[in-house]
Design a protein around this ligand. Structure first.
Ligand SMILES: Nc1ncnc2c1ncn2[C@@H]1O[C@H](COP(=O)(O)OP(=O)(O)OP(=O)(O)O)[C@@H](O)[C@H]1O
Ligand SMILES: [Mg+2]
Length: 343
């Protein structure tokens, strides 16, 4: 995953000040235009999983649609590059799965879908046969190859959609919420397959998700969008270390905490019950490391027996909440300074 993967810095694509505004069809409703993507500048290297996160309506799906060429930008540009870093004159072959597995014909079986889409993409029948076999087994769908897609479970339908997107061996894969509604086993299978495609086959994958755990385990780089803007973009480990605080969680018997609590009153902390009986978990939010040493010395002097102690590492979810909160606070401050209101 993330840090262990050797990635080339050659770009797969670059977005330059990409914007998309949806205008209502009725001309006098133009003031209701929605800017779904605003001045998005981003460089995604080849051979990585890039995960786009953001609250509902942030502009993730619109970005995926722009990349896939399903809608045109209002402003800005998208450039695609080949494996040697040369600018491509045209959009390369892209595999895309949009929300709700809409790239699948529900009345056809997975095998028929693969043949249908393979043929309209000009792939020779013998090649379709070879790839279909490989893709159906890759996603554990071999025994459902000939059942109509509408009779399959939601997770199986999603796997069919991803398998179809991989037909023709595209270098770039765009997945909008690929594991939404999947059971644990299926989500795991998809995660493994995505990592395999990147690590063994050199593919580039862009995926959107609300599942922080998916992004944290599968993505090499993470972009956070809000109100159409890209408000953070980095490796997961960098995002985490940027938000790492001097937070220490100490578990101790309730009686010991009662003893030392008055002396700790100058520090900032939260306390809660632990899982064990007669135990309290105190999270200290310290300003600097010396505070921590002083605290430890104090606990030692009081002879307070500690049950556990650990530095709290923020999760991707903590980072996401903090980044989006800061963005909202800044937006509110700016609007107030300008005498306006924030929606
Ligand atoms: N075809 C459209 N016409 C008008 N507005 C649209 C259209 N598609 C998207 N929007 C608007 O653009 C904004 C961004 O939508 P988008 O679907 O890209 O968000 P998202 O980040 O994918 O959200 P979610 O997490 O809910 O899937 C929203 O305000 C949405 O209402
Ligand atoms: Mg969406």
């Amino acid at each position: 995953m993330s840090d262990s993967t050797v990635t080339t810095s050659a770009p797969a694509f670059e977005l330059s000040r990409l914007s998309k505004t949806f205008y209502p069809l009725i001309p006098w409703h133009r003031h209701r235009a929605v800017t779904a993507v605003s001045e998005l500048t981003l460089n995604v290297p080849r051979g990585i999983v890039f995960s786009l996160l953001g609250p509902n309506g942030a502009g993730k799906t619109t970005t995926i649609k722009l990349l896939a060429g399903l809608i045109l930008p209002t402003q800005g540009s998208i450039s695609f590059f080949d494996e040697k870093g040369r600018l491509l004159a045209r959009r390369p072959r892209i595999g895309a799965v949009l929300e709700g597995s809409r790239n699948v014909y529900w009345r056809l079986s997975p095998m028929e879908n693969l043949y249908y889409f393979g043929e309209i993409n000009g792939i020779p029948r013998s090649e379709i046969r070879r790839q279909a076999k490989e893709l159906l087994s890759m996603f554990d769908l071999a025994d459902k190859a000939n059942s109509s897609v509408q009779t399959l479970s939601r997770g199986m339908q999603q796997k069919v959609a991803i398998a179809l997107a991989l037909l023709g061996d595209p270098d770039l894969l765009l997945l909008d919420e690929p594991t939404l509604g999947l059971d644990v086993e299926s989500a795991r299978l998809i995660k493994r397959r995505l990592r395999h495609l990147v690590e063994e086959r050199g593919k580039t994958i862009v995926l959107t998700t609300h599942q922080m755990e998916l992004a944290a385990t599968v993505a090499d780089r993470i972009g956070i969008m809000q109100e159409g803007r890209l408000i953070a973009e980095d490796k997961l480990s960098n995002l985490i270390s940027f938000f790492r605080k001097q937070d220490y969680e100490v578990e101790m018997p309730r009686a010991s905490w009662k003893e030392v609590r008055p002396a700790a009153s100058a520090l900032s902390f939260d306390e809660e019950e632990c899982d064990e009986e007669d135990c309290v978990r105190v999270t200290f939010h310290l300003e600097d490391t010396n505070d921590f040493y002083r605290l430890m010395t104090h606990l030692k002097e009081q002879g307070a027996p500690l049950r556990s102690i650990r530095q709290v590492t923020p999760t991707l979810e903590d980072v996401f909440i903090e980044i989006t909160r800061r963005y909202r606070t800044n937006a509110t401050d700016t609007a107030q300074a300008q005498g306006g209101e924030v929606k």
